[in-house]
Ligand binder design. Structure first.
Ligand SMILES: [Zn+2]
Ligand SMILES: [Zn+2]
Length: 119
């Protein structure tokens, strides 16, 4: 499961509040509302600030993929990539060297993306 973190500092607040490893964006925002009320006297977060907060929420997850999930029985697996982008780049190398695909066709790519697991 992806983890979410946020720092008040990132939206220009000088309070040192940091939240790590919230289980979802909703959970993080709920906790943040409590903090905003208690520490900043903000009873409801204005929409523009909320957008700014959402842009600064960091999502950390480890991405994994196995060729078997798209019907390739080569036994190849990637575990622990830090972004979907990184995983796709690694996979492109594998596709080229092991499957002789110089570029991954769009429909295969869509299938791959659906089978990438974020944990
Ligand atoms: Zn704060
Ligand atoms: Zn493969």
């Amino acid at each position: 499961m992806a983890k979410y973190s946020f720092k008040c500092e990132d939206v220009g607040m000088d309070c040192g509040f940091v939240m790590h490893n919230a289980g979802s964006e909703e959970e993080l925002l709920e906790m943040l509302k409590t903090h905003a009320k208690a520490s900043h006297g903000v009873t409801s977060i204005p929409a523009d600030l909320l957008n700014k907060i959402k842009q600064n929420i960091k999502k950390s997850a480890k991405y994994s993929f196995s060729c078997a999930s798209v019907g390739m029985n080569c036994g190849f697996e990637i575990v622990g990539s830090s972004s979907e982008q990184e995983l796709l780049e690694e996979l492109a190398i594998h596709a080229k060297t092991s499957h002789g695909m110089t570029s991954i066709p769009q429909d295969t790519l869509n299938k791959i993306k659906q089978n990438i697991k974020a944990a």
